[in-house]
Design a protein around this ligand. Sequence first.
Ligand code: E4P
Length: 218
Amino acid sequence: MKFFIDTANLDQIREAQDLGVLDGVTTNPSLMAKEGIKGEDNIKNHYKTICDIVDGDVSAEVIATDFDGIVKEGEALAALHEQIVVKVPMIKDGIKAIKYFSDKGIRTNCTLVFSPGQALLAAKAGATYVSPFIGRLDDISTDGVELIRQIADMYNYYGFETEVLAASIRHTMHIIQCVEAGADVATCPLNAILGLLKHPLTDAGLEKFLADYKKLNG
Ligand code: E4P
């Protein structure tokens, strides 16, 4: 199971990288806007800075929605750094572009996936990653984790190489549920990753160990 951090915030990316368990980063236009990153040059520089901080894959999303525009933007993003994965929306021209990128050896992340049928198309087109959005499904009373299970089963059954990247993760329990459902990757907010550390028995146990040590050693 790989861990990506789902943010464009450099401090949070550094904190997750320092933990030593980070495998990559995902961003999207909303996350970039949240950090106030605007203008083509600033956006590209921000992606390069993220690549310098982390060792793994960095998803950079295209804005274009037509085939030619997606290809032009995606090729420019991929040229920025070898760690860049071009993030492409699950639309008709997006699927055509993913196939084009796949044939050219450019890695892709098919985003905004909400059904097994969409995930099937992404895999057939040769996407490196498929990003089902589990939190947004939960928001509309639909089981997001179940979608992860369905896609993982389908990919295993047919031997698709596309990795299931569970996205739109909102809390720590989502990560555990995605592990059980067979996700290859979970992209998470920093707090959800840090939540994995927590257990009251760990805190109580450590407190006792340290107190016992102190009794004898001062
Ligand atoms: C990451 O690839 C997705 O864009 C992100 O996880 C979406 O998360 P949200 O549904 O919390 O906006």
